[in-house]
Design a protein around this ligand. Sequence first.
Ligand SMILES: Nc1ncnc2c1ncn2[C@@H]1O[C@H](COP(=O)(O)OP(=O)(O)O)[C@@H](O)[C@H]1O
Ligand SMILES: [Mg+2]
Length: 375
Amino acid sequence: MPPLPPNATIGIIGGGQLGRMSAMAAAELGYRCHILTPEPDSPAAQVSAGYTLADYEDQDALRRFAAAVDVITFEFENVSAAGLDLLASLRPVRPSPAVLRISQDRVAEKSFLRNAGVPTAPWEAVGSLDELREAAARVGQPAVLKTTRLGYDGKGQAVLRDPSDLESAWASLEPKPLILEGFVEFRCEISVIVARGADGGGSVFDAMENRHRDGILDLTLAPARIAPATAAEAGRVAWRVAETLDLVGLLAVEMFVDRTGRVLVNEIAPRPHNSGHWTIEACPASQFNLHVRAIAGLPLPPGLRHADAVMKNLVGPDEVALWPQIVATPGLIPHLYGKTEARPGRKMGHVTRLFPLDRLPGDPDISKALGCLGA
Ligand SMILES: Nc1ncnc2c1ncn2[C@@H]1O[C@H](COP(=O)(O)OP(=O)(O)O)[C@@H](O)[C@H]1O
Ligand SMILES: [Mg+2]
């Protein structure tokens, strides 16, 4: 496909903040966006030229959506395979439905990673309580039991610390089947975001460090405070995943650095990622800019950083209530996603704080620099 010409329309499946920031990056490059979402007044539709308000399974709506756009991408991973195949028969879908399918299912994802020679925690697919008991005997405890589909922000998982946890955890998690993973006693969690074009060229951002609270990303530090060799290994792993997927688009790879400094992949997301929001201010080309470039067939500038950065999510009613102080604090770069209802655990916005290149301070100074958002 030749490069998408200016004023062409990008269709985005999903109406959340990742779609919103992708649409804003698309607008900078002279493209329009059209959002497919079942949610009226969605964050992405608020900043886009048009939208189709419909269920992701509504075949007529999918046809109308495809007819309104030139290329299709997604910011939301749980579209049905049948829906995606229909869309792919009408317009280019980037990344491909095959890539999305792998990332939708933790067993498909872990099998893919094993075949790609990428290290992960030990895991087994479990379809019954008996299989769970057998798997737990092999994988050991502690372990993490997860739904294979539809999990996000730590939902659909249970940590198993004791054999007596198996039965209640099996009963509590839906939908089945499940996957059992060995618990990684990690030194830190990191992610790497890569963009890859149809010509096989690409860009890789430096590894960043992610800290979660209640299963939800709280803070990202860029770059990760890890040994250079570990960071280089993380970059190589992420690129190998993108190449093996034959990815066209953007991909985030979440990883653990274990106690021995080894990099283990946790999960992959073929879309912009919460841990990459700091790239909007700290990089000449942000993750959203590279996402749009990759699916539009434009050249991909390197994933360079001109500043170090910390990103703090604004989660739920309590953090977003600090908005008046946040916008009054010099140095905090505020983002709100246009969500009217602040439910607990809901990502309402984020804040970025820049630091001079290669001068990311220690935790106490980061906390101080975040003002009212500091720990
Ligand atoms: N095998 C594991 N060992 C240790 N911690 C884990 C493991 N799997 C998940 N976690 C923790 O739970 C968080 C959410 O799990 P993840 O698999 O990334 O699901 P989600 O789709 O909700 O992001 C991870 O970022 C990590 O902190
Ligand atoms: Mg995750």
